[in-house]
Design a protein around this ligand. Sequence first.
Ligand code: IMP
Ligand code: MG
Length: 337
Amino acid sequence: MNRLPCTVIVGAFWGDEGKGKIISYLALKDKLDFCVRTGSVNAAHTVWMDGKKYALHMVPAAFLHEKCRLLIAAGANVHVARFLEEVQLTKVEGRVGIDQNASIIEEKHSVQDKTSAHLKGLGTTGWGVGPALEERVRRTAKLAKDIPELQPYLADSVTEINEGIDQGKKVLLEGTQGFLLSLFHGTYPYVTGRDTGAAAICSEAGVGPTRVDDVMIVYKSFITRVGTGPMPGELTKEEAQRRGWFETAAGTCRDRRSAPFDFELAKKTAKINGATQAALTKLDCLFPKCQSARKFDDLPREAKQFVKEVENQTGVPIVLIGTGPEALDIIDRRKQR
Ligand code: IMP
Ligand code: MG
């Protein structure tokens, strides 16, 4: 099942499942032709290559594959300064494009995010994504085509992507955040300002549901959450540290709260997103003996059992398993299946 023509990557929980790592692996391994970033600057995707760390807020995580066309979706929301900075950092000038209809997030939105009474207590990232999207709904937002600095990058990404799919090119639609942060399906009001599910990712990119071949859901071996809102099974920070699960956010550097893997949430997310494949990241944090393993057979028995349990309960095959931070620290089971 090494299919990849058009695949949607969606985060299973509250974000930070390791989508950046999975996307960077697929970019290199499958030689992706297109990678389309959705969402906005609040989400950071971490990519590690040769000991170097990138925390990407705008540029698609597939940038490691030099032939990949990188696009920012029509439904996405662009932070101009951050985008220009990351283009330099990742050296993707010439192959990165922004859809002309993507909307723009401005400094005033960040100020509104931090000072609006109705947002108090939600633990937003402070980038201003909620206020920027409100402005888009009001039909007063600036679009990418209105911004002089973005002129060299403007693209009709929707046509490019759909023609790519027509030609059988390998297209990846990069979801941001996690499904449980969805405005429609998450833990409202402790959610982000948009739907984060697979269908919404397609909608932002301008790809019809019948054109998608696979939905790959990304689970992490334990759950983390930044900001406020419910989280079943939450551990104390001390317990998280003891288990080696304590993390800080890639974007905001805030402490991440953590909890053990939750099978009920995993099942719900798989079903509503129509997942056909899954990735499971950070297995080495649960079972340290897995560190950097590249073969399923090399995993300790308890780790194999955990993987099988997730598959049995969700009904979704786990085709990629993350065993370390680097893009290539992956067990790829697609050929065997
Ligand atoms: P906002 O998206 O900045 O409005 O924040 C709303 C909620 O979503 C807060 O709890 C944030 O911590 C959370 N959130 C937003 N973006 C991300 C992300 O990329 N990863 C994890 N949590 C996020
Ligand atoms: Mg993140």
